[in-house]
Design a protein around this ligand. Structure first.
Ligand SMILES: [Zn+2]
Length: 72
C-alpha cells in the first residue's frame, strides 16, 4: 500500500493526527475541548467522531484539508 493510499484509508477511518485549532476560532476551540474530553475519557469512537466533525469544520470554514482530502 502506498503512503498516499494509507493516508486516504486513515482519513476514512478517522485515524489521522489531531487537527490544529485555527487561531481565534471559538468553534475550533470547542472541537478541541470536546476531543480532549473524549480522549481523557478513553472513548475512542467519540474521539474519532470529534476529529471528523472538526476536520469537516476546518474544510468548510477555514478551507483547510489534510493532504488534499476533504470531508465535503
Ligand atoms: Zn474553526
Amino acid at each position: 500500500m502506498s503512503d498516499e493510499t494509507a493516508s486516504f484509508v486513515a482519513a476514512l477511518f478517522g485515524k489521522l493526527p489531531a487537527p490544529e485549532a485555527h487561531p481565534g476560532c471559538d468553534e475550533c476551540r470547542e472541537f478541541q475541548k470536546g476531543r480532549q474530553i473524549a480522549t481523557e475519557a478513553g472513548d475512542g469512537s467519540a474521539e474519532a467522531d470529534a476529529r471528523v466533525l472538526w476536520r469537516n469544520h476546518l474544510a468548510h470554514v477555514h478551507g483547510i484539508t489534510y493532504q488534499g482530502i476533504s470531508y465535503q
